[in-house]
Design a protein around this ligand. Structure first.
Ligand code: ADP
Length: 616
């Protein structure tokens, strides 16, 4: 099929009308043109890249109803809230509607009231929904979070597989797949599963230059997390933990430090989860400690900080979770606190969850391969931006991202690394490769534990050889030695440290090694306004901070009144632009990025009042 020529003017006009933006981002234009031409497409844009616009905007310009399959109710609801605020005719059909609401939506859909109709995947193939579709003028079917269809993705959902059945039923309708996470393998899988026909394959730039990545050995988690949050006072932060219990413990302990945080995980009731999501979206709550259950539906665009308290299970998950920071394009920080035991824990969880599969080994293999990738990422001391981008098959042009711990030279190369490594390795040898890292650290530190006394390990020549190092640092060094293949872990639930071929070379001084420790970032360098040169200063240039705060307060109260997430009223980027330009008239207000005629009509007056009445 050849693409019908589309004029840019109506696209830009619609963009300004509903979203208040004056230009499209890379790939959006091509994606919108493909949709307008009725051509299948596969659109891969990083989180925050602006995928929703790619299916929302064409729907505004086309007759008929465009269907969007979306995996999470919260995600759909927030998008509908945002669209309805600007009078965009859209609705969602999912399991959380009140009695009679679904019937009402169906009735309105049948009279052609909606340009966009969102639907949850489990509802998609019900007889009732199919009958509705048969009676609608279906323009296109868009599949959001399309990686959920692939085994090779990190978030496979069996019900997604069945979306492809619609292809047979509606052979003439164009299909569009959108995702943020797609390695080549996942991409091919999506195209194949959805039977895309000659799709326009549009792949955006995976780099998120506004994100600063840091990977730091976990030493004293509470202190470390509190220190990061201190750099982001009154700003939104998400802290990912592996277990439900971790989320609750951390939230409670942060509370004792005067930091209000709430725990979010799948064990909470759905009302409680919704309340926390709403509080976060409406800015009544800024810090959430969460399992990965929190996120997909969270579109708050001003998240300034994402912390991982342990290694995530894949780079795909890491990219998606960190991607929730700085969706507004403004600077944000992503800190990963990790320890070597994290990967062991994941490997065990992955293997356990595959036990019921017909072939457990085959079932766990893809997940274990993904785990290996992120282990390598975390241990390599190379530019984090480059490593991430290269993982997703793209090249990275710059030599210095100026936005990761490696390029910002925040890691400390420990003096005498090789000597320290030799002492550790020889201790493992003296212990006959029969003890775990904690015991080895105890011996090196010269501790007097019951086990050490029981085995008379205080008599070893390596006892107390590194007594000046902290136990946590010793554990971190051992992790690094394992990562560098100078030690290995063997055994199941209680792994012991053992030597490798390379250990011998190290002991003979034929090998050298660099060990790193986290250098605590200096406060001044890391404060949000001066963390990096360039970008962050540009973000704030000319912005009246006091006015920005007032506008944020106003946004919060409007969001609460309308019971919608704050970011759908205006994003931080729009508020900063307002506090920079200080518009005095409706026309001047329209020049603010993110303010279009619809938003002007809905909230223009109150925000104008706020600016006009502000005295600096
Ligand atoms: P994704 O679904 O790819 O994660 P979203 O669709 O949620 O990203 O968009 C992220 C943010 O970027 C939103 O606040 C959205 O309004 C904004 N955005 C999208 N397109 C543009 C654009 N062309 N210009 C400015 N901001 C945009």
């Amino acid at each position: 099929m050849t693409d019908a020529p589309t004029s840019t003017a109506p696209i830009l006009e619609t963009l300004g009308q509903y979203w208040g933006y004056d230009e499209l981002r890379p790939q959006q234009h091509e994606a919108i043109e493909a949709a307008l031409a009725g051509r299948d497409s596969l659109v891969v844009l990083p989180t925050g890249g602006g995928k929703s616009l790619c299916y929302q905007l064409p729907a505004a310009l086309c007759e008929g109803t465009s269907i969007v399959v979306s995996p999470l109710i919260a995600l759909m609801k927030d998008q509908i809230d945002g669209l309805n605020l600007v009078n965009f005719p859209a609705a969602a059909l999912h399991g959380a509607l009140a009695d009679g609401e679904a019937e009402e939506i169906e009735r309105r859909a049948l009279v052609g009231e909606y340009r966009l109709l969102y639907v949850a995947p489990e509802r998609l193939l019900t007889g009732r929904f199919l009958r509705l579709l048969d009676r609608l003028d279906v323009r296109s079917i868009s599949v959001d979070e399309a990686h959920c269809i692939s085994h090779w993705g990190h978030d496979f959902r069996p019900e997604y597989r069945r979306v492809a059945e619609l292809r047979q039923r509606f052979p003439k309708v164009a299909f569009h797949a959108y995702t943020a996470t797609a390695t080549q393998r996942v991409r091919e899988d999506i195209a194949q599963q959805l039977q895309l026909r000659d799709p326009a394959v549009l792949i955006g730039d995976f780099d998120r230059p506004n994100l600063v990545y840091r990977i730091i050995p976990r030493v004293n988690l509470l202190d470390q997390v509190a220190e990061v949050l201190d750099r982001h006072k009154s700003e939104a932060a998400i802290i990912y933990c592996i277990s439900r219990k971790n989320t609750e413990d951390l939230a409670e302990r942060l509370g004792t430090r005067g930091i209000k945080a709430e725990a979010y995980h799948a064990g909470l009731s759905s009302q409680e989860r919704r309340r926390i999501q709403d509080d976060f979206a409406q800015e009544r709550l800024d810090v959430v400690t969460a399992t990965v259950a929190f996120g997909m539906g969270i579109d708050r665009s001003d998240v300034r900080c994402v912390i991982h308290t342990a290694l995530p299970k894949s780079l795909e998950a890491y990219q998606q979770e960190t991607g929730r920071a700085g969706r507004d394009g403004l600077d944000a920080e992503c800190v990963l606190f990790q320890s070597g035991s994290d990967a062991t824990r994941w490997a065990r969880l992955i293997s356990e969850s595959a036990l019921d599969a017909p072939d457990p080994e085959a079932a766990s293999a893809p997940q274990l391969a993904l785990l290996d990738d992120i282990k390598a990422y975390a241990r390599q001391m190379r530019c984090r931006h480059r490593a991430l981008v290269e993982h997703f098959g793209q090249s990275y042009e710059s030599d210095d991202c100026n936005a990761c711990d490696v390029c910002l030279k925040e890691l400390l190369e420990v003096p005498d690394s090789t000597l320290i490594a030799q002492k550790i390795v020889s201790c493992v040898a003296r212990l006959e490769q029969r003890f775990g890292a904690a015991h080895v650290a105890g011996v090196l530190k010269g501790s007097s534990t019951q086990r050490i006394r029981q085995y008379e390990h205080e008599r070893l020549t390596t006892y107390g050889l590194l007594r000046n190092e902290s136990k946590d640092r010793l554990l971190s060094f051992m992790d690094q030695l394992v990562d560098a293949d100078l030690l290995t872990r063997t055994g199941g639930d209680y792994p012991v440290l053992a030597l490798t071929e390379r250990s011998v070379g190290l002991l003979r001084s034929e090998e050298s090694v660099a060990l790193y420790a986290a250098k605590v970032p200096e406060k001044t360098r890391s404060s949000s306004s001066s963390r990096r040169t360039g970008q962050s200063e540009a973000d704030w240039e000319g912005v009246d901070h006091a006015l920005f705060q007032k506008l944020r307060d106003l946004r919060r109260s409007i969001a609460q009144e309308n019971n919608v997430p704050a970011y759908v009223v205006f994003g931080d980027a729009a508020l900063r632009d307002m506090a920079r330009r200080k518009p005095m008239t409706p026309n001047e207000m329209l020049a603010v990025k993110g303010v279009g005629p619809q938003k002007l009509q809905a909230f223009g007056e109150v925000f104008l009042d706020c600016v006009v009445n502000h005295r600096d």
